[in-house]
Design a protein around this ligand. Sequence first.
Ligand code: MTE
Ligand code: MO
Length: 393
Amino acid sequence: MHSDPTEISSTSLSRRSLLRGSVAMAAYALAARPLSAFGLEPALGEVSMPFLDIQPVGKMLYWQKLANWITPNADLYEVSHYGRPKVDLASWKLDFSGYLKRPRSFTLAQLQARRHKTVTATLECGGNGSSLAFCGAIGNMRWTGTPLGPLLRELGLSNRSQEFVFYGADEKVEKIRDKDYPQHFARSLPREHALQDEILLAWAMNGQPLDEMHGAPLRLIVPGWFGISWVKWLTRIEVLDRRFMGKWMAREYVTIRGEDREDGTTNWRETSVCNMNVKSVAARCVRRADGSLRISGAAWSDGTPIQRVEVRIDDGPWQRALIERKPENARFTWNFWRFDWKNPPIGEHTFVSRAIDADGRMQPGPDDPAIKNKRTYWDANQQWVRRVRVGTT
Ligand SMILES: Nc1nc2c(c(=O)[nH]1)N[C@H]1C(S)=C(S)[C@@H](COP(=O)(O)O)O[C@H]1N2
Ligand SMILES: [Mo]
């Protein structure tokens, strides 16, 4: 179990380390409100009640300790499919090639001399939530870099500049149609998406330079899209006039889902893991001085605002949770929410939350066809049923 003093000190530590970073100073001033305003940390006289079902494995966010709206760098998960490449920072540069009128390369200093922008965005792995062991592959961080759109426009776009492929330094030999080919990790974005304001070439996370694990010296930031698009250790951006079908677009990180049709047939649809789904998690449960339980957690979508979070206790009705005001006016970030349960009866109970976004997308239950007919691992946004035991003390 996690005690209050530890959390308070780790919170102030992360604040101090934030203060040390210079790039995020302005944004930091906005977020420096007391965290108790978020209701996620037990106050004096309150007791943490761990959920009984959590089984975090490995380096990732431990929901039971969730306290900061901004995830401290040390709590961020890692997914590196080809392992971490050795990047020589002294000779590193970013190359542009393909359908650009004035292709060239940039050193890190040249990129950093351009306009800086900090975007707060939730990074989530497309496989997050697929099992209880892999449920914390998410973090909400401040990313600082230079916007990609203006840079691409300077390099000169033509009608042929339709698809932007982002290559990492990491590589492996992959089998494609029965033959072996050396491949760099790569993902692509279509033109209209690549030019959006929020897309960054980022060198800092929460005001600290990116470290080796998270893509130093430069990674792509694609707010609202799953982590698979956020290419780390960027070395090359190539502009094509047609769709890119590399492994991580078209063969891995694909979702196969059956849609039952009215004529009794099933349409098995294969899609690429792209924008994030509407989702919520009950992270913490606290017993308050008056004996009530305060349950709190996070809810997020793909940049679409969260409209409601509802909770259900045992087999009761869905009830509305309170959504906390965000400390920043940040579109691509999670919301924190809470729900107070007065007079919880002694014994074991289930507690589940569901989020609904402004487009009316609702987080599915485990028996919803969207989940039941999903045959692959990714896009697992089903409601997470938590268990809690209310004792006599
Ligand atoms: N070059 C490269 N970029 C990558 C990956 C990778 O394997 N290689 N993994 C992707 C996936 S699947 C995720 S979920 C995120 C994880 O980012 P993190 O390790 O910084 O948390 O990075 C993405 N970017
Ligand atoms: Mo991922």
